[in-house]
Design a protein around this ligand. Structure first.
Ligand SMILES: Nc1ncnc2c1ncn2[C@@H]1O[C@H](COP(=O)(O)OP(=O)(O)OP(=O)(O)O)[C@@H](O)[C@H]1O
Length: 596
């Protein structure tokens, strides 16, 4: 459905090479990884040696009515030392693996965030925000889990398995070979476990994704939910999804309870019987070595523990691979926002904007703009009017270089828009949107927008210019008044004025306005219109006008209809034409011909 798959829980495919690409992230940390593996090897060796000491004690010193003090103390101390060393090495290796994992994930998350910022806006048109948030948080988290626990568990447990096998072969080759025959059985059980639990595991993840989606919808639309009394419906729907989640989790728990421990326990007990039977039968013809018997029994229990550990993490491994696959899909996505082409890097000085026969389509099929041509001379205002969907915002999207021009060209001061450096465009072109976006912070940080060269005086001057200073001074904290998410604590008009001040503080040469349609009280409306007039003065302005009354003084008005310019001229000229503009104007004036 989307480029990266909307129904993420269903998308379980993993591209070949994903695992090794992920492992590639370990490369810069080779040194630390080597130390971690060394510690892991030492911990495993110290662990595997413990039963050997007991065996030596049993075989050489356990004689009835004899208390071998010195060997007992020595072997006891040796055993204790091995236990301590195992614990110390394990703590260190675990710590190293975890720090390594955190470093890698931090890198991956930042890389991903960087990449997302350079993606073309067309990508965001097709990808729901929730999916992207999930990529950057959940998916990187499951990769982190893999590096933190799955990888170290697998490596450690495989090391223990190898250590135990070596020790078994050293003790008794024939018996070790019998135990080796167990491997196919164990792998079969692991395969079975994976086969049975995998669908349930994915079903659980899918339910969690549904819960998140429902929560997202409910929380974002809380205003409308309360206003339309949708709470009972949403509560019921949320309850149903949760119930489905509970059921599938039950099933997961049942399967885990049945398959992991008990099944392995049965195999373990069968093997134990095999070993004891072997020694039993041997006792008829040979002297049984109790030390070896003890060591074997002890190794058997150490042998099954790692297998249990690995089995429990198989699904997490699979999840991490799917997550890594999705993360790499974003990193590899070819879509990029339009950047400067060529190395001429022109500058914007006068601010002359020209559209030369521009046509554009978002999807490559349907043109939403056709043959648009106009020129805005330095300091002039060109207004775009037209019904909804006529192409006004699309025109601005192209001018701001949010989307690349398909056909024709746009020039600024005679240079093709494609040639400008991003920095130059953003600095010299001020965009004011209908719905001003305020960042979490305070008033002054929202006006300054991270530009440390803008002084406090300039911030205040910009606010005064758009007449926002008055209400800002009245806020508790003034310019330092905190702003919550999206500026929810301010009124629409106040948010507008702050966004005007932000634009003015950066003193753009060209102003691009998407006039607000939100209704504010007359006083605020007057303040906004007055601010806009001051802002436009001396600046080339391209403005989308919803209320025709606000752009009567524009040098040129373009009337758009289905992506084409159907009328052009000044307010008076267009009224005289008695075409679409005239009809729209009459409609807005309440239908009276006289008012025109
Ligand atoms: N991001 C997009 N992806 C695909 N099609 C789009 C996109 N944005 C707009 N369109 C389509 O382009 C056409 C022109 O839309 P545009 O937003 O430019 O109109 P508008 O005149 O600004 O309308 P309004 O006054 O309602 O904002 C519409 O048919 C719309 O469906």
């Amino acid at each position: 459905m989307t480029e990266i798959g909307l129904d993420e829980s269903q998308n379980q495919t993993v591209a070949p090479g994903t695992f090794w690409r992920l492992m590639g992230y370990l490369r810069p940390h080779k040194g630390r990884l080597l130390v971690a593996f060394l510690l892991l090897g030492l911990a495993t060796a110290a662990d595997v040696l413990q039963p050997i000491l007991v065996k030596i004690f049993i075989d050489q010193n356990l004689i009835p009515r004899h208390f071998p003090e010195t060997p007992l103390v020595e072997l006891g101390a040796g055993y204790l030392l091995l236990v301590l060393l195992t614990a110390c090495f394990n703590v260190l290796q675990l710590y190293l693996f975890q720090v390594l994992a955190l470093d890698i994930i931090q890198r991956l998350r930042v890389d991903l965030f960087d990449r997302v910022q350079t993606l073309a806006l067309s990508f965001f048109d097709k990808t729901p925000v929730g999916v992207l948030v999930s990529r950057i948080t959940n998916d990187t988290q499951s990769i982190l889990d893999m590096f933190m626990s799955v990888l170290s568990t697998f490596v450690q447990n495989v090391a223990v398995l190898i250590g135990v096998m070596v020790a078994m072969f050293v003790l008794d080759v024939r018996l070790a070979l019998y135990c080796l025959a167990l491997f196919p059985v164990i792998f079969a059980v692991m395969w079975l476990y994976q086969k049975v639990t995998s669908p349930v595991f994915w079903a659980t993840r899918q339910r969690v994704a549904l819960i998140n989606a429902k929560l997202n919808e409910s929380l974002q639309g809380m205003g409308i939910i309360q206003a339309m009394r949708q709470e009972p419906r949403l509560r019921r729907e949320f309850g149903e999804i949760n119930e489905a989640h509970r059921r599938v989790r039950y099933r997961n728990t049942q399967l885990n309870g049945l398959l992991t421990r008990p099944l392995m326990e049965v195999i373990y007990l069968l093997t134990l019987m095999l070993v004891l039977g072997f020694f039993g039968l041997r006792s008829f013809s040979h002297v049984v070595n109790i030390g070896i018997l003890y060591a074997f029994v002890s190794y058997l229990s150490r042998f099954f523990e790692p297998i249990n550990n690995m089995m429990q993490r198989l699904n997490f491994f699979q999840t991490a691979m799917v997550s890594a696959n999705r993360v790499f899909q974003i990193l590899d996505n070819p879509s990029r926002r339009p950047m400067s082409e060529g190395d001429r890097a022109p500058t914007i000085t006068r601010g002359e904007v020209a559209f030369e026969d521009v046509s554009f389509s978002y999807d490559g099929e349907k043109d939403v703009l056709e043959h648009i041509s106009f020129t805005a001379k330095p300091g002039q205002t060109v207004a775009l009017v037209g019904h909804t969907g006529s192409g006004k915002s699309s025109t601005i999207n192209l001018l701001m270089r949010f989307y690349p021009v398909n056909r024709g060209r746009i020039t600024i001061d005679g240079h093709d828009l494609r040639e400008f450096q991003e920095e130059e465009l953003r600095q010299k072109m001020g965009l004011v949107l209908q719905d001003p976006f305020l960042f979490v912070g305070d008033i002054s940080s929202n006006i300054r927008l991270g530009d440390t060269q803008i002084t406090d005086q300039e911030v205040k001057a910009a606010a005064e210019f758009v007449q926002a200073d008055g209400f800002i001074q009245r806020l508790p904290g003034g310019y330092n008044a905190p702003i919550g998410e999206r500026g929810a604590t301010l009124s629409t008009g106040q948010r507008q004025l702050i966004s005007f001040a932000r634009t003015m503080a950066h003193n753009p040469t060209i102003l691009v306005l998407d006039e607000a349609t939100a209704s504010v009280d007359t006083e605020t409306e007057d303040a906004i219109q007055d601010a806009l007039r001051r802002m436009r003065k001396g600046r080339t302005t391209i403005a989308i006008a919803h209320r025709l009354s606000t752009i009567q003084d524009a040098d040129l008005i373009l009337v758009l209809h289905h992506g084409k310019v159907v009328e052009r001229g000044t307010h008076q000229q267009l009224l005289a034409e008695r075409g679409l503009y005239h009809a729209m104007y009459l409609l807005q004036q309440g239908g009276s011909e006289d008012s025109a």
